[in-house]
Design a protein around this ligand. Structure first.
Ligand code: SF4
Ligand code: SF4
Length: 166
């Protein structure tokens, strides 16, 4: 394949660099003026200021709980089955028969419920498939971690209150 050679015409003033520097400085001063005196900043002071994302934004997962902090999940495996990224791993166990949730005993509960957020593509199919409205995607987009292990959410993490839960 032929390589396209792009030649750049250099004008007389380009040799001195200073005119180009002045043009760049003019843009910077113009933006500075707009930000300082007209309040027209194009950036925000993150993290103090947050962007208002759409209600449909899909962020960090969480497992909803009832008033007794018992997870609404019945370990039916539907979310794990439907997940295209295969990032949900559930191990089910029998629920204590004495445990009565909403007056209706759920026979199974997750012994462990793990989501590998590094594999997740945030498609929301797990949320759609769940018959118990147990797994949900919050509007929290602050998912940065300093290690891979922190991006692996276990049941305790998923049941914890997260910002932007919705
Ligand atoms: S959002 Fe999609 S990819 Fe992520 S866990 Fe749910 S189903 Fe899997
Ligand atoms: S989160 Fe919902 S779909 Fe997934 S195992 Fe629990 S009840 Fe089933």
């Amino acid at each position: 394949m032929a390589t396209k050679v792009v030649t750049r015409k250099e004008g007389y003033w380009d040799k001195f660099y200073l005119p180009a520097l002045a043009v760049g400085l003019k843009v910077t001063i113009k933006q500075f003026y707009k930000t300082l005196f007209k309040g027209q900043a194009t950036t925000i002071q993150y993290p103090e200021v947050k962007r208002n994302y759409s209600q449909r934004f899909r962020g960090m997962h969480f497992i909803s709980v009832d008033e007794n902090k018992t997870e609404n999940c019945t370990a039916c495996y539907l979310c794990q089955t439907v997940c295209p990224a295969e990032c949900i791993t559930i191990i089910a166990e029998e629920r204590d028969p004495e445990e009565n949730v909403y007056g209706v005993r759920k026979e199974k509960k997750p012994k462990s419920f793990d989501i590998d957020a590094l594999r997740c593509c945030f498609c929301g199919m797990c949320e759609e498939a769940c018959p118990k409205d147990a797994i949900k995607l919050s509007r929290n987009y602050e998912l940065a971690t300093t290690s891979r292990a922190e991006a692996f959410y276990d049941l305790d993490h998923l049941k914890r209150e997260v910002k932007g839960r919705g």
